[in-house]
Design a protein around this ligand. Sequence first.
Ligand code: AHR
Length: 607
Amino acid sequence: ASIRVDLDDATAISDELYGLFYEDINHAADGGLYAELVQNRSFEFSPADEGSYHSLTSWTVNGEAAVADTDGLHENNVHYLAAEAGTAIVNAGYNSGMAIEAGETYDFSVWARADQNANLTARLLDADGNPVSGTATVNTGAGEWVELSTVLNASASTVNGRLAVTTDAAADLDMVSLFPQDTFLGRENGLRKDLAELIADLDPSFLRFPGGCIVNTGDFDREGRERAYNWKDTVGPVEERLTNQNFWGYNQTYGLGYYEYFQFAEDIGAQPLPVVPVGVTGCGQSAEITDAAELQTWVQDTLDLIEFANGPADSEWGSLRAAMGHPEPFGLTKIGLGNEEYKDQFYVNFPAFKEALREAHPEIEIVGNSGIDDSGAVFDRSWEFMREQQVDLVDEHYYNSPEWFFSNNTRYDGYDRMGPHVFVGEYASRSNTWWSALSEASYLTGIERNGDVVDMASYAPLLSNIDYIDWAPDMIWYDNHQAVKSASYEVQKLFSTNAGDEVLASTLEATPIASPDIQGGIGLATWNTAATYDDVKVTAADGTELFSDDFSTGADGWTVGGNAAGAWSAADGSYSQTALVEDARSTAGSADWSNYTYEVKATKTAG
Ligand code: AHR
């Protein structure tokens, strides 16, 4: 094989190509990146979040206690536990329990209210009830809600830990919380260190958050427990934040909210890329805003988000950011409007957001999206619309087979350089195998080669708790105390930590080999320049000829895979293409084919 490189033919590669797509899916936040160890700390879980949930999910009560909602801590956090004297409550956390490490310190805190002083005693236990820490006691005093905190020192390790709190007098309890002190960068209300460090190691240039489908789902009436994701519900003191139904079927506490996302992005050197809903749901849901005045409230929320991120510390929303600990702006430069949109109402609503942003914040780049599919009517309509709207970037999503990724390397070769640029906001080769990761690596070479029109790309989804899987494949897997990097993680890291500045034009001359993984067909490896094939032959390892074609009768049986740019041509008995091809006649089935190693003998005759 030989590779020819043209040193005079260089194309710049975007310097923000490799980034992250984070969605609160698979318990990515609660029970994942968010370091809170207590599940259902505010007694707000409800069957509306998930059928089997209730206000005491993850809690055991020994004694007398009931969940109440009279004069709760805050209108967004109405439920609390009214416990009688001598009652002990025990929280089991996520997975098999809390991961407690001997020698580490843990911040225990609680909001409490009592008519007369109650002593609240906290302690860490293992699953059998044996103590794994000393005790620490806080006093409620008598009167209104008060926040109390103390520290617990772990004396033994367990991955089945529990938090137990006992009260010696009647008391109302809310926001019962336990954090390891050893969070990522030691931040309060912080992130689980091992997961955050794995993410930081990817050296991402951007962080798209908080979804995905959790962005364009829910109810727009701002009441109830299934609200559309609104960033304002996720900021301010944690005890005043809503909890909400997560589209993926669990309760999301919003403890990891917009402030924390911005902070995390800054901490890992990534530019923040929030995505907001535009008054229409997708992902199989049907709510939409058709009233202009109602839509305007969501447009204003979007403008307010820019102020929260970038506004002066004395502006309305900038002052909230400052009060939360970050007087300096977060430096937001881009915002995503909608996720995988395809409904007619989207095309009606989108301009209201875009125009308001262009007028108030011409400095902010707008990321539109291309609908739910990488081909077909929705995709074409969306792209046309995004061009008309003159957005800066279009967010494309696709999840496909390894073969698709191998064969669509040329996808962006023909993309219009004059229109909006591309943000590949979600992609993954199905199955977390080495083979699928290899196909992603192969595909990324095509993205880099088009680094002048594809500005940004992010694998999806990023995180999955092994006991709460909503979607796979995922890049990083974990339980309550350990994390596993997928092969796709290694590919992302390889590319993002070795990002190039320019790609040089090159041609490869080689004998292509068939993929051993291709089932029900023979694949011809391809590259950017058209090649012409003749006399294709497939032999098994023992030399048996499985298949051959000299194309003397044209192209019958062969199909061009994927929707690659190349065109089939079988004129004069030879075969020319730039896409993967499959021969439908070679469908021996994966069971038989797996017994062989394959070689496709192709003669490159011209092209
Ligand atoms: O990444 C998982 C889901 O895939 C996202 O929520 C959605 O945008 C896409 O369909």
